[in-house]
Design a binder for this molecule. Structure first.
Ligand SMILES: [Zn+2]
Ligand SMILES: [Zn+2]
Ligand SMILES: [Zn+2]
Length: 139
């Protein structure tokens, strides 16, 4: 059984050729992918199936959405600790203003934010903006 098959199985998804293909794209990419990025990788696909696949990947804890303020939804692979209805990420997101790619960045600890009493936090997201390591080497 391939690693991809195993990941699907652990997260309660039957392994299909299409799911394998899509998940592999995520595992190969070091930056977050938009719908059109994924479509570029797939040669033949059905749009509805792709939407459904992404939705079930997200629900099952295989990928997560990234909001990088570009107005384009991007997705990135989750760490293995994520499961159905339970994403727990300790990483921040980095958006490069030159290539417009967004990355998941592992950090030792996401800073704790103290908020006034009465507010409840359900999720935490931190977005950093700047220039990524590929772009800073380019100049
Ligand atoms: Zn996750
Ligand atoms: Zn960049
Ligand atoms: Zn991420």
């Amino acid at each position: 059984m391939s690693a991809i098959d195993q990941t699907l199985k652990i997260h309660g998804l039957r392994s299909t050729f299409f799911r394998n293909q899509v998940l592999e794209i995520f595992h190969k990419s070091d930056y977050a992918l938009s719908l059109s990025d994924i479509e570029d990788y797939l040669k033949e696909f059905d749009r509805i199936t792709l939407y459904r696949t992404l939705k079930s990947f997200e629900e099952k804890g295989l990928i997560h959405k990234i909001s990088d303020n570009t107005g384009i939804t991007k997705y990135a692979a989750c760490e293995s600790a994520c499961s159905e209805d339970h994403h727990h990420h300790q990483h921040v997101h980095f958006h490069c203003e030159m290539c417009l790619k967004s990355y998941c960045i592992d950090v030792a600890a996401v800073p704790n934010v103290v908020i006034p009493e009465g507010y409840k936090i359900f999720s935490k997201e931190m977005l950093l903006k700047g220039i990524c390591k590929d772009c800073s080497h380019k100049k």
